[in-house]
Design a protein around this ligand. Sequence first.
Ligand SMILES: Cc1ncc(COP(=O)(O)O)c(C=O)c1O
Length: 481
Amino acid sequence: MTVTGGGADFLQLSPAAAPVRGLTGWLADAIRTAIIDGRLQAGAPLPATRLLAGDLGVSRGVIVEAYQRLADEGLVSARPGDGTRVLGVSRPAPGRWPAEVRPEPALPESAGQPGPALLPHRWRARAEIDLSPGVPDLSGFPRTAWLRAERLVLEQASVADLGYGDPRGSQWLRTELAGWLARTRGLRADPDDIIVVTGVAQALALLAQVLRDLGEIAVEDPGSRGAREELAYWGLRPVPVPVDEHGLRVDALGGLRAVLLTPAHQFPTGVVLAPRRRRDLLDWAAGANALIIEDDYDAEYRYDRAPVPALQASAPGLVAYAGSTSKTLAPGMRLGWLIPPGRLHADLVEAKHASDLGSPALPQLVLARLIASGELEQHIRLVRKRQRSRRDALLRALREYLPAARVQGIAAGLHLLITFPGRAGPDTELAEAILRAGVLVQPLSWHRQRPGIPGIVLGYAAHPPDQLREAARRIAQVLSG
Ligand SMILES: Cc1ncc(COP(=O)(O)O)c(C=O)c1O
């Protein structure tokens, strides 16, 4: 494929093929696919936005936004006077991975964190307002839609559907998921690539078992404590790699051979992995024959714009992608998916089979139906709106009661991180004092392996605005006391 730099002959994009809705996503997907499969080589210019817009008969804004999405993914660059050019993508070197070579320890020993990952239950019981992060509004679970779908599934399921199934999960669900993840996260996966799991936690457990010979894995610091402990339980030592305002410090990955990260919305800092870092990460993985594990735990919730597409979309051979319904439906559903690079697939299916012979059949079929009917999308749209207004309410209350606090991260997800410039003292003590005032928050240091500035993580999704306001008022009282 040659790129002419002209308009609609570019990639044989046909105005007739353009969908009526979702034009931006359609165009970005078409260009991304061409970059990944090599039709668009590094350095190739993309057509001028005005020209392509004219040829496709769409507004120039559509083209500008599609190019911007690709720039956010680190796939193209835009320099004044030089137009938009393809940056190319990293590819795994064939056949060299996983190697027997053990990585050298690249980073100092972790400072560690004593104590359990979750607050003891007695803490929870004592909290009037529980702002633990990662919990959606469970009172909003779509009970009616689930019940309707489950009834239909039970009426229509075959006898075989109720037997020991494929350890990868229901074929119907995997087909629906492939379409859903392509639409919402730009993923390129065949239904046969997908393994249905019981959540990101099981995806990590299976990966840790398969990667055990690596001995170590890089994790974000700060980063999800639960995820880190899951990996450690299964025998992989989590090596802390710093996170700054651009996301994971890729230059600190050293000689490690696998990394777990949350690129779309870093937990808990809330930053997005910057385009330059995305590129550096993929280059690192291709050069080091390393594996990237993408924890896409809450990417459905971006409130200011469309979320940046998954890393896996740019480099399926380098990235194992994991997601779940824990934030969109409920953590108790224990329904998730893992899409690994092809070379790990058979080992992971074997590990899944050895673990539990496959995930429960009926919930898989119900989820497939909810995706197929559009009800899952409808539910997420509703919840997104509600959560956005809760986030706004918390921000307003923080501005009013805690004007000196610094709110970190993008408008996304189910939680906020706040830090207090100039304030000394351990955030664990602060969290305990806040709990005595009836509000449960998580200290940032729980999610760290190495020392850093104090902060508190506030989950806002499960509470109406008046409770969030009350929580902010009590936190401010503790801080001033
Ligand atoms: C960053 C992160 N990753 C993974 C998980 C676990 O997700 P799942 O319920 O899909 O196992 C959580 C849970 O809150 C999380 O916050």
